[in-house]
Design a protein around this ligand. Sequence first.
Ligand code: AMP
Ligand code: MG
Length: 343
Amino acid sequence: MKSKRTNDYIFCLGIESTAHTFGCSVIQFDLIKKKGKIISESRSVYKAPDGAGIHPREASRHHLENSPTILRQVLMQSNLKPNEIDLISYSAGPGLGPCLRVGAVIARALSSFYDIPIIPTNHALGHIELGMMLTKCQDPLVLLVSGGHTMILAFLNKKWRVFGETLDITIGQLLDQFGRYMGLASPCGTTIEKYASQSSKKYSQLPYIVKGNDVSFSGILTATKKLLDNGYDKFNICYSLQETAFAMLTEVIERALSFTEKKEVLIVGGVSANNRLSNMLKIATKRQKAKLYTCPIHYSGDNGAQIAWTAICDNISSGKTIKVQNAFIKQSWRLDSVEVNWR
Ligand code: AMP
Ligand code: MG
């Protein structure tokens, strides 16, 4: 028999496992004040060997091995028993199949055993919804920059519409692939930021490719690898890479701002932790008389709270849950195909 602690709250467990991170979080939603609060959050990040990328099977093994500990930690932090959870959500995509399956299997098992309603959540939507909840922005132009995404989005008629995106690799892939070429362990964004700030700021010309409001980063990757092969200083290459790639993103954001006349810009995704990127965007948004909101650094990367919060928004607005036998994963689930009924 389910024993809810009070009828004034909903407790939602979110499970994230799209790529390198296995994360869980419980959000408490106050049904009277209509406010959510993260009451627990824990995660474990799969580390590939130096110079290597994510191996999906190895990452999924990491998720499986670490899931009992992470799950136990969030339940203890939130002071809840599994049967006191009201809603379970998991990242259903986009992501790596073997990794997604781990989160979905755990969510399904808990849902069937404890008879808890289940909701699949789009991971990219999770980045945006949690970013909006934490920064309290209302109607932003969004820059989603992560390992799996480089997109500029604005909300219109129940969907996040894509204003621009990468034509090839994402900004996270550019940073991680170049970092790995230097022999670093993935993810490499933080170390590249550190190297860039320690450089003598000697700029090397790199391919600057903006087509309309889309960007292309693969030319920068080839060119930076060549510079490294030719003995150029790695600190200055990191500096040049950041200056070029971030200037491209800033250009497309500024153009989209001027076109949409939005007054807010929100950066979400793991790369939003980068200070140089946010400083460039701050200048451009100020010029367009808009305000920049950055997702707090702890929640900029993948985490369970983004999944829990999005599921609460979905469930509160529509009462939606699905049958556990329909709790599938969708590896290529595009954000702009998701109907958002709570905005
Ligand atoms: P996510 O997929 O949202 O978890 O984001 C992971 C991506 O964020 C990886 O590609 C990381 O290299 C990147 N990242 C993390 N911290 C930073 C940083 N300080 N600067 C640039 N990229 C970063
Ligand atoms: Mg992500």
